[in-house]
Design a protein around this ligand. Sequence first.
Ligand code: GN1
Ligand code: MG
Length: 361
Amino acid sequence: MHTPPLSGIIRQFIPFDTCFAVTPIGAGNINDTYRVDIQINGKKQSWLLQRLNHQVFTNPDAVMRNIRAVAAHLEQQDDFPLRIPAPVATSEGKWLHRDDAGNYWRVFPFYDNTFAPEHLPEPAVAFEAARAYGAFLYALRDFPANELVETIPGFHDTERRWAVFEDILKKNPANRQKQAQAEIDALFEARTVFTQVHRLKQSGELPRRVTHNDTKAGNVLLDTQTGRAVAVIDWDTIMPGTVLSDFGDMVRTFAPDCPEDGSGSVNLRLDTLEALCRGFMCPTAGFLTALERQNLPLGALWIIGEQALRFLTDYLAGDTYYKIKYTEHNLVRARNQLALFQEVERHQTLLQEMCSGAGEG
Ligand code: GN1
Ligand code: MG
């Protein structure tokens, strides 16, 4: 596939005089992200250019409509404490530029002097990032969920993901099942958590909220000097959902002592876990229901288990979804998530205490 020069793509959005550099940034597994440095009328500027993976997000226009609607909602709130990374329109007034090869591109503001704590945030960073995600949920608490399109249908429908997994097990399309038998067995042992969450969702007692659905540590930008949160980014999966998954993804990505594709042992960093619970509770304690608060630790187990299921399914399918750097990458990721699952299971009582105690002081 031929990809046109990226400076030509940025020109569709912003008529610059000089383009100095287009640099790949971020650690995303799905989209391709670049920092673009340009000059307009003697003034240097930076922007964020991104190719939206349309194999994963099959309705790119709906993704942009969701993002615009959420941005408009947040812009109306005087007390929203973060910046709003609203997309930039092309000179023709569109939110996406489609290149000749069929790729979809968009441009967002680039926030200078910020960093994304992609790996192992220390407690103070975890506190601040979790508080930002909490503030984001709070600001969206009365946004009508039905106005948003499910950008990936069934994204957190673990039962459906489980059915896909079982189908792959039957077909064994990449002939990799033998190498993954231990992980497959471990996943079957974790199955009860998925059933529990499914029942809870079916009961209708969990509020349906607008959630971010990719609340990893690296999706909050923090000010390099002050350490304060600047923005919550990566809005592609903002959809109706439950707070359990947003909390769960934070535990999954903030608290371990190694990255999600680390190949050694996995331990929880309890000081970071405690800080993230405290940070998250600040803006959310007042509006989450008792049932939600009680089930946040279950949310952590669920999302970690679901992530193991997703990585393992992709390994068995022959790596069709996530970007990989080597053949066993998805298997290593699945193994890591299964080890983390056991760690979080071991700490359920403590996590429960952190979720009920935090925010009340
Ligand atoms: C993907 O691309 P990135 O890193 O933002 C995935 C998330 C996973 C994550 C695992 C749309 O997110 O759901 O949790 O990888 N995004 C999508 O690292 O599937
Ligand atoms: Mg993402």
